[in-house]
Write a new protein. Sequence first.
Length: 715
Amino acid sequence: MTPKEFSTILRFNVFTLCLLTSNVVQAQSSDIHVNKVFDLNHLITYLIAGLFITVLVMLFYNRLYAFREQDVRKLLKNRNSRLGLVMQAGRLRLWVYYPETRHYRFISETGEYSKEYNPIDLAHFYDRDDFELLRSAIFDICENKRLTSTVKLRNAFTSSEDLRFYELHLSIASRDEKGQITQLLGIEHDVTTEYAKSNNAKALFMRYQTVFNSSLIDMLYYNKDGILAEINDKACQTFNIPNRNTILAEKFLFQDNPLFNSIDLKNADHVNTTTIIDFPKHQNDRFYSKTWGKDGKLYYEASINVIHNSDGEYEGVYVAGRNVTEMVESFHQQRAGAIALQKATQHIKEYIDNINYALRVSNVRLVNYYPQNYTLDISSIIGESQIRLSQLRCIRLALPHYRRTVSSVLNRMDHLTRYSINQTIETEIHDAKKRQIALMFNLIPILNADGNTERYFGMCRNMTDILETERKLTTETQKAQEAELLKESFLTNMSYEIRTPLTTVLGYADLFETEHDEADEPLFVEEIKKNTNILLRLINDILFISKLDADMVEFKHEDFDFAEYFDAYCQMGWSTTNPEVKTIIENPYEHLVINGDPEYIGKIIQMLCQIASTFTQKGHIRAKYEYHRGELVISVEDSGGGIDAEGVKNAFVRFARDGQHRICGSGLDLPIIQELAKKMGGTVELQSEIGKGTTVWVFFPCEAKEQEKKHDMIV
């Protein structure tokens, strides 16, 4: 009785018991007195007791059945678990085939049936051809043609990595009363790993077989008696054997071969040998006479391995070797060639290093121009491209007045001219001295095997120093020529200027020796003294300007109060001024301390005042100065006759004369002032006009250490 049936019966009995109890209650409450043969109350009590006992008995058997069923389920679960472990360990899968419906049902690892598949659905899991073989085997068993069958299957794979192999064993699971098959059991085993091992074993065997029969390596097999039992074609070729069967019939022993006769046959497992045989020394050897048969050395290397059967018994040796004579001789030749090549390479390397050193020391660069891609490569090392320039870049790097030249040179090379290229170009690139670099290019065409121009190769040299030296030489030459002309002019003028007062002195001196009026003697003496002073001043100026030209004048830099010295400088220059000329000094500072040379600054002021007094016979002379923003400006203005435009233009030329052939002072005054100002970093400017006088300005750069202006300037 199942728990479900027991529950139904139990509910029915309880309902009956309740119904009887209700009837008893109704009977007891009735007022009718019934006299019957038997006692109704006792009967009902017996029935209720019987029913109650029946319920208890049924409840006991129900619990007993439930406990048994629980034990059976636990046992079944354990068996299913063991079955699942067996299936997992053995990579097994079980399924049942029902011939009546032709459906398949897989059994899960827990022992339960899974989804049911029809033949079309199941066919998607296997290769189409293999599934047809499976169906044929199933039909054969169902038709009692065989009792069991084994089929090999492949899965329906999309790539070689997904390919799986199965071995399926079919057997009869159950029959009906008529002996008809109702179920077939299929045990599917995943043999992918075994199949792979089998294929690897087959492939390995095939490889060994192929290697043995291959022409790439010698193969020899000696049996357990040490007799040559097998040899491949490559070994026959190596040992000059015309017929393999003939040499095998000779039954050569392992020790007959001079290559191996020094090796213990049974202890030769994993032995690698390299042997050199000089066959003329083995002419009496049996193996030599039957095989090699020619003179010469044989370099042979071999690997010897002992073969044992599955029981560990010795079966023979397997020899794999090769003739390395050609390899050794080639190696010797290559080694000799490598040594020669190494020496040649070393010589070339030394040669290249010397060239690179010469390029580096001489500041020369290698240049390659490729017309095919219009690029220019510049390098200081052979074989390396350090700078690569396009045509446009080459043109832009040149100075503007050289760009047309660069374009013309590039155009000639693009048209594959056969003439060499020699051109010096000044570029916009500056060196460490901030000079524009000049490059000289010397290129020659390089021809290919067909005689066509492939590229242009040459050198590029930095010509900046040379061009600068040439320019300096040109400038110095011009200066020397100008100095020579100036010297000649100076000497000519100096000779003339010295000769004039000297002639006057000599003339008046001669008058003393001739007849003359004694009243004229004071005049003679005055003229002699006057011209002597002119001559002395001229000589002093010549000596001083010569010292300036030779940079023999030393300038001092000291702090002094310019305001205190200015008046004295002016008064010294005006010592010979005409009394009718009014002299004016404008000194706006109480104190003005500057750094400079007081001697030569005073000399400039004195000479300016002296020149002004020489050319001014009436009117005024004004001397003044002003300090403004690091610059001292001194000016001397006079109201003399002035200088014409030609005189202003040549005022600072030595011994220059104006349009009236007048000379300014000694002819060296203004040039000396200009040279002194220039040596001290200053400049001189002059402005003059006929009839309106002359003004001279001198500008000195200096820094005022102390300055104090006067409150009321006195004129």
